[in-house]
Design a binder for this molecule. Structure first.
Ligand code: ATP
Ligand code: MG
Length: 332
């Protein structure tokens, strides 16, 4: 079976709809076809300031949500990044074959550091794409399910894998981004020009999966649309309505053309009312399942312990081979 690998940050309590549609749904699907490794990336989370107690709680909450979304520990490997020290170790090696200019071109760094104010961003934030390279290469991943914003980092991963292989002999598999075009970028409900994001959406534009269903309903109903009245998919001219159609279509499995036909002659109010009901039907059981995992910490811990053990078996082998290729003297 081909390998899949992806990670998600425990940077806020709840995952949002963009995380779910753009990434987590694909994690669930790839369990069936791939030898899949998924992790909560706490090492990445500390590239921005985190309160320790919150980070600990959000890491558990993130794992619980991934299970609630459908990850099955019998069919995939779910773990916490810091439980597998090889990530930081291979990350260092990758730092040492990355050009400073090359790292400086990463647009995620530019966006995130701009938000923190000039000079305030950490070196960790600057090098986090390189740690992500290590995350992927450790598992010899073929497919990396992510949203559109991560495409550049997967390109960097391929470049560094190729560079290492050329210098030191074939060591790493070159991965490909697994991006589902329709849901690769879910937009902020209040500002459909920007992506829905944990760190930059306004509260009203961000659908958190663990929000009270009432709040979710309200956010959908107050989503920004346009001054026409026609329900039609047109990402350029009608970004707000198109975003709602994408969400609706993905959650229900109805095609966008079928939805356009069904809503012909109806107003935006009808679309929003129905989508709000679809969302509530989705988040209500999701919240309950998440809570059930949180209420049973022993089960959660044991899933994560087994996951870390399985992940380490693969990661340590890749790291040992990498160290050998580099010429590190083996410890006796
Ligand atoms: P932050 O703003 O702190 O970076 P985030 O909302 O981008 O948080 P991440 O944990 O960085 O969340 O991303 C997890 C996964 O979700 C990644 O694969 C990312 O590409 C995907 N993703 C994030 N936002 C969206 C979105 N709006 N649409 C589709 N996919 C998304
Ligand atoms: Mg992100």
């Amino acid at each position: 079976r081909p390998r899949a690998l992806s990670g998600i940050q425990p940077t806020s309590g709840s995952f949002h709809l963009g995380n779910y549609l753009g990434a987590i749904r694909q994690y669930v699907a790839l369990q069936e076809t791939h030898d899949a490794f998924y992790m909560v990336v706490d090492l990445h989370a500390i590239t921005m300031p985190q309160d320790p107690a919150d980070l600990r709680a959000n890491t558990r909450l993130s794992a619980a949500q991934l299970l609630a979304a459908g990850l099955d520990p019998e069919r995939c490997t779910l773990f916490i990044q810091s439980h597998v020290p090889e990530h930081a170790q291979l990350g260092w090696v990758m730092n040492c074959i990355t050009g400073f200019g090359e790292a400086s071109r990463m647009t995620q760094f530019k966006d995130k550091s701009a938000k923190q104010g000039a000079g305030n961003a950490t070196v960790g934030l600057f090098t986090y794409p390189i740690l992500q390279v290590a995350d992927i290469l450790l598992y010899q991943a073929n497919a990396v399910p992510v949203g559109e914003d991560q495409r550049q980092h997967i390109e960097l991963t391929r470049d560094l894998a190729e560079r290492f292989n050329q210098r030191f002999g074939k060591t790493f598999t070159l991965p490909a981004a697994h991006i589902v075009k329709e849901v690769a970028k879910i937009y902020d409900l209040q500002d459909p020009a920007i992506k829905m994001s944990k760190s930059s959406s306004s509260p009203k534009g961000l659908i958190n999966l663990l929000d009270e269903p009432k709040a979710t309903e309200k956010k959908i109903k107050s989503a920004v649309t346009d001054t026409e009245a026609e329900i039609r998919f047109d990402a350029e001219k009608k970004p707000g309505v198109s975003n709602l159609l994408t969400i609706y279509s993905t959650l229900t499995g109805e095609s966008v053309p079928a939805l356009e036909a069904a809503y012909e002659g109806k107003g935006y109010g009808a679309l929003k009312t129905d989508l709000a009901a679809v969302m509530v039907d989705f988040v209500t059981p999701f919240r309950l399942r998440t809570q059930a995992y949180l209420d049973d910490p022993e089960t959660l811990d044991s899933i994560l312990a087994k996951g870390a053990e399985k992940a380490r078996a693969v990661a340590s082998e890749t790291l040992a081979q990498t160290y050998d290729r580099l010429g590190f003297l083996p410890a006796k």
